[in-house]
Design a protein around this ligand. Sequence first.
Ligand code: BDP
Length: 695
Amino acid sequence: MIKKNLITLLLTGLSFWGFSMGAHADDGSRLWLQQSSKGDASIYLRTKSTPTTDIAVQELKDGWNGGQVNLEIKKQKGMKRDAFTISSKNGTVTISSPSDIGLLYGAYKLLQLQTVGSATANFSITESPFHDIRLLNHWDNLDGNSERGYAGKSIFWKVQGFPRTIGENATADIRNNPLNNTAYARANASVGINGAVLNNVNASPKVLTTEVLRMASQYANVLRPYGIRVYLAVNFSSPVVVGGLKTADPMDKEVQNWWKNKAKEIYSMIPDFGGFLVKANSEGQPGPMDYGRTHADGANLLARALRPYGGIVMWRAFINNPTDPDRAKQARIEFEHLDGQFLDNVIIQVKNGPIDFQPREPFNALFDALHKTAEMPEFQITQEYLGQANHLAYLGTMWEEFFKEVMTYANYKQNQLRARYNAIAGVANTGTDADWTGHPLAQSNWYAFGRMAWNPDLDAKSIADEWVHLTYPSLDDKQHATLVSMLMRSREAVVDYEMPIGLHHQFGDSHYAPGAWDNRPIRRDWLPVFYNQADANGIGFDRTKATGTDNTSQYNPEFGDMVEDIRTCPDKYLLWFHHVSWNHKCQTGRTVWEELCYRFQNGINEARQLQRDWNSLEGAIDPDIFHDVQVRLMTQTRDAEWWKDGCLLYFQTLHGMSFPDFLEPPTHTLDECKNSRLNVGLYRSPTHEELNKVR
Ligand code: BDP
């Protein structure tokens, strides 16, 4: 008995020790911001100091291992405010920029070059952002939850903090720890992100109460020196719910005054407030159409209120109340005819693809449909449809594909440059988990978003390479290459087992597990069977002009004609644009049925390869992080197997063909797949609170 207790005690002690030591060693919370300085650099500020230059100087003191660095403000004609030059001559480095924030960006860049190994004695670089407004959208609710957040709770709003203690007791402490305020701001500034929408697009009207605005202003104070502006998502009914008015009709004088006064109040608290993000008349949210008005009437109402202060309105084009039988056409149908009616401080915010953040989508046909209205892409950094925080899916490759497509087929750059405001947004994957993003390797997506928002010409591989250098600087060359290659292959693996050859939206309820058979009596266009259109003869959603919904002619002919013609439509979009027979020959020479089997199997093989690759890094990565990722990769492989069995067994019930020899026989029955509840008990890493308790 005594012996047993002793052993238990020992074991508890050991695991406690092991856990806290491990967590202390590296819990992932430092992100890509590793510090390495010997602390003897000479940093000279050749300009008046500001809170922002103070940070730049401090970052260099903490991190720079070379000799002297000079920081100087230099206005140059045609140079953007955020741009900077770094030049190093015989080891003396000068960072110059037209603004203090440009100096801070330059300082972070210099430190990154040092870690990557390219801050040599003589070099010179100039960097200038392509997008002027580079935003994170946090889908965080005031009650502390985060919509489609898989990394714990909201980093901004406390679970218990709203509405109970809001007001006098409210503190704006990001992640309950004042030190972490700067971690969030530093991480963003280090990749050039310069704005944050602090709350969910499904916005609570309470966001515009004075109490919440006061909290937002505290965040603004913390973020301002890092060049980050605060924005809020607002509910179109706010004048009714918060203001007590009878209507929110944009043509009503009282409503107009209410927004004007609200803007005045906001700017008295947050002088550099960025503006509003609005989801209107979509998925049950109120909007101008409730009053027989248009999107332009609604957006302009808010734009007029913010205009005197330089604020913008980001009006979302994700209108998920389809009037057309094909949801992919909706955004363009809703907005094209309104071109020219929006004020120039309105930007239409468009999801990259026309359906909803699937692992692969062609670009939304609304890009390039508006010629007098600004548009901005919305990416989803949080992996709602890509295995959430369980699967590895580096999204740099997806965004690179998007930029290539819109630059080739939709005049992306020209359109951005002609607009008064040139912006881009990403739905954040941050939460209260110790490592911020749930999956430790999903930090790469936050990083990649910032880098591509700055420079959409960057390739995903070089960003992955940078991120691995910065986050795991102690890997040797071979290990480094292994991790970069894992990132680079990861998203295609997810595509293979979740949406091979353009088959899309096959998700069950939680947007996690397969649901290809799902045919419940709910809205048709929410159901997998609607998107797969599978029966005994064939599969795929016909969006052609010839026989389908004619989504293809919404595109510029160069792209539209290519995907319309089944001979030139790339396999990756085959079932997105075409309904084909199971025996149709793909470009690979395999039939559609064989190709689907081949892709699902490949997805599984790739997931297993990710496991093997990761295992080869054991000992080179902090043990806690190593173990954390190892468990998630195991889950990913398990899920890939369920996806294959679920989808293929279901399709087989329709056509009765046998499985090709190369396919591993199923290990689950279709009934098991239907009841798999894969999303229950998702693995997640400990939150800050839990870690603190253990400590
Ligand atoms: C869908 C999400 C939902 C969001 C919606 C949106 O499932 O949670 O509210 O998009 O973007 O992808 O508004």
